[in-house]
Design a protein around this ligand. Structure first.
Ligand code: ADP
Ligand code: GLC
Length: 490
């Protein structure tokens, strides 16, 4: 079988531009595919923060000064790629940064600006224009989330004439159906789809709107999402966020593939962002990481006091409203620590700040985004809290398993697929799960976890079980390759 030509298109790519797991997944999958011998290009906007970060990039030959024609005007972009020195020696994907300062030279990856739809329509067009310029179309164009979900429709319409794309197939991966890229239909003209209304979701148009994600779901050759359970859940009214019917109609083309973990970045054996290393066979460094974390968060250290970790976007998806009626009870009662790293909705940020102010010797909080601290919390905590309302896959629980930090999670989406309930009698399982989205259910599970914590012998087994689980891309990535091959027949 010949190697495949694959283009990954996304709005995030670790470590250059990241707000959540999408960045890690695109980077990890891209690296796996390149290692496996495929020809991989990854397209991502050249955001201001990448330009300012000092990462060395150079113009990508052939990708200079490309004009993209929209109905009212043209917008110019150029491709940049990593300079050799940064590219390393192992086979890696070619990173194609879409450099368009007019649209991406702003603070933040996402904006509330009036041209947000144009920013990502441009990304979709830039991917296709780049293929034309470079004279090479991929076998598979793998789109991710709403930001790149217009590619399949552009291929069928604006680029339909070009035989270059005759055998290109599209896959749209849904990482989070909570973000659909909905905009007023009046913006269709600006992004060059004014004449293509017949291809859009008619109900939305009647309501004066259109959605990037729905358009992708209607037109991509195949659909995937990031866990098996979520692939089922999004076909129901409870989780589908209005897209359940569309997805039910395409259920034969929809598969769930659990995300992989890039253990090159996330493994306590060699994580460059933590000072003490450890493995399942030699776990001693974990206790040192706990002491280091507590010192860093300005909290008193006691090895017997369980430390809970949280690393999260603070949005309603993540379920932190369940804390209000549960966590204070434990903080009052137990000699415990809670280390929180998060940013997002101010109600959550303020709540965690209140916990910190009320129990300054038990709670540490960092408001913002801090990659290194995320690794420290994974490594230095004893338990990881993830009470998500919904969770397409979730990476943090898989990271916490590898770092010897059993997760407490709600049984939903990828959390259900990756965490197995601890059974102290059989000594099997990797974490603690609850079903009902309620403070009582969460509190009951924390209580159960604490009772197990007191049996340190059992706990060691629980930690060991989790550390030995393998969610590497070497496993999960093969499922994507099989999907690409079934899509193309190659
Ligand atoms: P989601 O993509 O929904 O945010 P995931 O669990 O899939 O959830 O991935 C979250 C990723 O983002 C992880 O790599 C996590 O470490 C990282 N992350 C989330 N919040 C922060 C933060 N405040 N600082 C640093 N990293 C964060
Ligand atoms: C989304 C989801 C998360 C998933 C990540 C990567 O942001 O919220 O569950 O792990 O994408 O696929």
């Amino acid at each position: 079988m010949r190697p495949l030509r694959i283009c990954l298109a996304a709005s995030e790519l670790a470590p250059f531009a990241k707000t959540g797991g999408l960045a890690d997944v695109v980077a990890g999958l891209g690296r796996f595919l390149a290692r496996a011998g495929h020809d991989v290009r990854v397209f991502v906007p050249f955001y201001k923060r990448i330009a300012d970060s000092g990462v060395a990039t150079v113009p990508l030959p052939g990708g200079e000064d490309v004009d993209v024609r929209f109905p009212t005007r043209s917008i110019r972009f150029s491709l940049r790629t990593l300079a050799e020195a940064d590219a390393g020696t192992a086979p890696r994907p070619q990173i194609c940064f879409v450099d368009c300062p007019e649209l991406y030279g702003r603070d933040g990856l996402y904006t509330d600006d009036g041209d947000e739809s144009l920013r990502f329509a441009m990304l979709c067009r830039a991917v296709l224009e780049s293929c034309q310029r470079l004279g090479q179309a991929p076998d598979v164009l793998h789109c991710n989330d709403w930001h790149t979900a217009l590619i399949p429709l552009y291929l069928k319409t604006t680029y339909h004439w070009d035989r270059l794309f005759a055998s290109t197939r599209t896959l749209l991966s849904i990482h989070n159906i909570g973000y659909q890229g909905g905009f007023p239909e009046s913006q269709l003209d600006t992004i060059g789809l004014g004449e293509q209304r017949a291809f859009l979701h008619h109900g939305d148009l009647r309501d004066g709107r259109f959605s990037f994600l729905k358009t992708g779901v209607l037109h991509a050759n195949k659909l995937s999402t990031v866990s098996v359970t979520y692939a089922r859940e999004i076909r129901t009214a409870e989780f589908g966020m209005g897209m359940e019917e569309l997805l039910e109609n395409r259920k034969d083309d929809l598969v769930g593939i659990v995300n992989g973990v890039d253990y090159g970045d996330w493994d306590p054996a060699n994580d460059p962002l933590i000072p003490h290393h450890y493995t399942a066979d030699a776990p001693a460094g974990k206790a040192k990481m706990k002491a280091a974390l507590l010192a860093r968060m300005d909290l008193p250290h006691d090895p017997r006091a369980p430390t809970f970790g949280v690393v999260s976007r603070l949005t309603s998806q993540k379920g932190f409203e369940l804390f209000a009626d549960s966590i204070p009870v434990f903080l009052q009662r137990e000699d415990m620590r809670l280390c929180v790293l998060g940013s997002g909705e101010s109600r959550h940020e303020e709540y965690f700040q209140w916990l910190r102010d009320t129990w300054p010797n038990k709670v540490g909080v960092y408001r913002g985004f801090h990659d290194e601290l995320a690794h420290w919390i994974e490594a230095g905590s004893d338990l990881f809290l993830m009470p998500s309302r919904f969770e397409p896959c979730g990476l943090n629980q898989m990271y916490s398993l590898r770092y010897g930090t059993p997760p407490i999670v709600r049984r939903t989406g990828g959390l259900a697929d990756t965490v197995e309930p601890w059974d102290p009698a059989k000594r099997t399982g990797t974490g603690f799960l609850f079903d009902e989205f309620s403070s009582q259910a969460l509190a009951g599970t924390i209580d159960w976890a604490l009772r197990n914590w007191r049996d340190q012998k059992g706990w060691k087994q629980l930690v060991d079980n989790g550390m030995r689980r393998d969610f590497s891309w070497d496993k999960q990535g093969l499922e994507y390759v099989a999907l690409y091959r079934s899509l193309t027949g190659l």
